[in-house]
Every structure is written in structure tokens, then in C-alpha cells.
Design a protein around this ligand. Structure first.
Ligand code: SF4
Length: 149
């Protein structure tokens, strides 16, 4: 499905937020302690992949902080990790991968089968928005920021 066909963009992004809310409501014994270990891409060798809907939600959240472009990466960390406070700039709107990551302190990764229905919904939004699948966070977010500029 091409962008603009089907649901309006606001509804598509509302669907992304519903997916996040449903994930949070699932009875899984785990919780983010905001240690930001998983935000250290270079150190861990892992970078979250974002579908287009996730990237647009994150881009809107970053714009809401007054920023118009992606901050520079520092020491290979996520560009959304504030260099002084070590807090995520968009925590409430952080991508799906940041909520289901491998962090042992948070309880370890969620099995794909546990969240496959939610992944499918994010993929459906990606297709509706004309995306071509999940991309690494810095690339996906830069494109989304350019799109909403
Ligand atoms: S978006 Fe936020 S939670 Fe996710 S890796 Fe970046 S700083 Fe960490």
C-alpha cells in the first residue's frame, strides 16, 4: 500500500503508539531500569532497527524537544542519548526495539513469538507509509526528520 492510501498518517502513528502501550500492558516480568547500557551501540555492537512509523513517532518526539536535526553521535552511543544527563531524549516515544532489547538487568530479551503480533502491526504501518522495512535507528530517524521538516 502506498503512503497516503488507507489510514491517515495521524491514525497510522496512533497505531504505533497503541502497539507500544499494548506491549507495556503485557504481563511480562521485566522492566527498563534506564541504565542506558543498550543505548551504547558501539560498545554492544547492536543498534535498534526502526520501521517507518516508529521513526516518525521518534522524529516528532525529538522535534517536540525543540531540535530540528539529529544530534551527533558521541562515542558511538545513540544520538538520542543526552550527553550530559545520559537520559533518552524521547523516552516515552522510544522505539519498539528499545523496549524489547537484550538488557539482562531489564529481564532479558522478549522472545520474538511473544511480540510477533505487535511486530506485524508495525510492519503493516510501515507498508502503509510507503516504508521499505526496518532500518538502523540513525538512518531511519534522519529520514523521518527530513520528511516532517
Ligand atoms: S532511542 Fe532512547 S532508549 Fe533507544 S537507544 Fe536511543 S537513547 Fe536509548
Amino acid at each position: 500500500m502506498k503512503a497516503g492510501v488507507g489510514r491517515e498518517r495521524s491514525e497510522q502513528l496512533a497505531e504505533v503508539r497503541r502497539v507500544y502501550a499494548e506491549l507495556a500492558a503485557r504481563p511480562v516480568e521485566r522492566g527498563c531500569l534506564r541504565l542506558t547500557e543498550c543505548c551504547q551501540f558501539k560498545r554492544t555492537g547492536l543498534t535498534p532497527y526502526l520501521t517507518k512509523g516508529e521513526a516518525l513517532v521518534a522524529a516528532q518526539a525529538l522535534r517536540a524537544t525543540g531540535r530540528k536535526k539529529l544530534p551527533n553521535e558521541i562515542n558511538g552511543a545513540c544520538p538520542l542519548l543526552h550527553p550530559d544527563s545520559s537520559r533518552c531524549l524521547i523516552y516515552a516515544d522510544r522505539p519498539f526495539g528499545c523496549r524489547t532489547h537484550f538488557c539482562a538487568a531489564a529481564g532479558g530479551p522478549l522472545a520474538r513469538r511473544e511480540v510477533l503480533d505487535l511486530i506485524r502491526r508495525l510492519e503493516a504501518v510501515d507498508a502503509e507509509l510507503g516504508g521499505d522495512g526496518a532500518r538502523k535507528l540513525p538512518v531511519a530517524l534522519a529520514a523521518a526528520l527530513a520528511e516532517i521538516a
